[in-house]
Ligand binder design. Structure first.
Ligand SMILES: Nc1ncnc2c1ncn2[C@@H]1O[C@H](COP(=O)(O)OP(=O)(O)OP(=O)(O)O)[C@@H](O)[C@H]1O
Ligand SMILES: [Mg+2]
Length: 331
């Protein structure tokens, strides 16, 4: 187990991810099938009432991690625990319905996750009926209205009567959040929840999720944007080609980035009013296709500071501060 999960104090509801590995087949051969490793030895803790941002460029394995936490993918190896229950252990008999009650996912495109033929009322009443079968219809209606108000949509009654196409992208994302609240989830896996929204309304959605943290909900916040990670999430994990290369307290990771890949990501963030003199931060090289037998640090080919051993063995985890870790031979 890597350093991030060695804290064993289970004071709050938490999801523990321990050395998660996910391989995908590259072909359909019966023998000598080739695999790619989308996620390699990833470990983290997601706590109720806090947000963990997962940052990295396209293809770094962020969504694959989230899907494994939703039980859409079974780990090739490693474990995911909801408190002290291994979510993939058959003998635990944790039904998908019971698990979904705890862990919900919201997506980049809320339109895709809402059904065009159903009203907003239907979208919110359905999970209430499924997860609280004893609720009477007037109580369901009261809760639907309460949820719509909770996510900042008004007037609530008129919103309940609308259909997804009658709402804006931001309003639809608020409905998707309300649906996760209707289920009663303690954890929300938010896969780039604001990246398709107009810049002017992104902050509103982040602030709504911030309020939900105060109600005890834990977020896995997947983003390309390290600036919003720092704004919203207490902790940040930087991923590159399926590997967590740097993680810890968001202020530390973003203000004092140590891994050359994190430094590259931060240098790409535009600062208003400042035209940066672009310093070369990485070599031009293809992003590697990681395989189960690949060796070394995945960033080695692009890293300006790489030394010989970076290409042959995976750097161990180094602790830089109380809550700041890096996998890099420079430390
Ligand atoms: N179901 C699948 N079958 C095969 N390969 C997959 C599957 N899902 C993801 N991959 C591969 O795994 C790698 C990681 O993909 P993933 O979608 O997790 O990246 P990501 O970090 O979410 O990227 P993006 O920012 O573009 O959403 C990619 O190389 C992708 O092609
Ligand atoms: Mg993704």
């Amino acid at each position: 187990m890597t350093a991030v999960t060695t804290e064993t104090v289970k004071e709050k509801p938490s999801i523990y991810v321990e050395d998660l590995v996910i391989d995908f087949a590259l072909d359909s051969a019966l023998f000598n099938k080739q695999y790619m490793r989308a996620v390699n030895e990833v470990s983290f803790i997601l706590k109720a009432g806090e947000a963990l941002a997962v940052v990295g460029e396209s293809g770094s394995g962020k969504s694959t991690c989230a899907r494994a936490l939703c039980r859409l993918y079974e780990p090739t190896s490693g474990k995911v625990w909801l408190q002290d229950v291994d979510i993939n252990e058959k003998k635990n008999q944790l039904s998908q319905r019971d698990y979904a009650k705890e862990v919900q996912m919201i997506f980049q495109d809320p339109f895709g996750s809402l059904n065009t033929v159903h009203s907003i009322r239907h979208h919110l009443a359905r999970p209430l009926k499924i997860h609280h079968p004893d609720l009477k219809s007037d109580e369901i209606e009261r809760r639907v209205i309460e949820l719509i108000e909770r996510v900042g949509l008004s007037p609530a009654k008129q919103t309940a009567d609308k259909y997804p196409h009658e709402l804006s992208g931001g309003q639809r994302q608020r409905v998707a959040i309300a649906r996760a609240l209707a289920v009663g989830a303690n954890f929300i896996l938010a896969d780039e929840p604001i990246s398709m929204l107009d810049v002017s309304i992104r902050l509103g959605i982040l602030n709504l999720m911030e309020d939900m943290k105060k109600d005890g909900i834990g977020f896995l916040y997947i983003t390309h944007d390290i600036a919003t990670a720092r704004y919203f999430a207490e902790r940040t994990a930087v991923m590159y080609v399926g590997h967590m290369v740097e993680w810890g307290n968001s202020d530390s990771v973003t203000q004092n980035p140590q891994h050359p890949y994190t430094q590259l990501l931060i240098s790409a963030v535009p600062e208003p009013g400042i035209r940066k003199h672009r310093k070369e931060m990485a070599r031009k090289a293809d992003i590697p296709l990681w395989k189960p037998d690949s060796k070394g640090c995945p960033f080695a080919e692009r890293c300006l500071n790489a030394i010989d051993k970076c290409k042959v063995s995976m750097p161990p985890v180094s602790q830089l501060a109380e809550d700041h870790f890096v996998r890099c031979y420079l430390y």
